[in-house]
Design a protein around this ligand. Sequence first.
Ligand SMILES: [Zn+2]
Length: 142
Amino acid sequence: MSAPAVRREIPYRYRLMGTKCLNCGALFHPPQRICPKCGSKDLVEEELAWRGRLVAYTVIRRPPKGYEDYKPYIVGLIELKDGKLILAQIVDCDIEEVRPGLKLEATFRRIREDGKSGIIEYGYKFRPVIEWNWQKKPNPEK
Ligand SMILES: [Zn+2]
């Protein structure tokens, strides 16, 4: 990938950006220049919701080249709060604990490291939402 192309991609890697069609209201990720639904060119950038729930998942045990260090890992289809579906890696979650309906939130993590160039790619992944129960404080005030 050329340097300008990498720079253009940065906002999309570090924020969960999509585009919204002003004609039909559809949301797209990755961002589109022309609406695949209605063909309109009136699209604006829109930051996607950060939380969602797991719809389906698969465990990758034989990953593609460059991702061997991460196996096994979970790739999930996540429905964001605005209804948009997104495919992403699920982290901080045991394979035994992953299940459809799991509440997730986006987090920025290292995606992979290129050994030759030393470039480390970052991007978003999703992790389970930890719901704090303030009624059950471990050290209640006395
Ligand atoms: Zn449209």
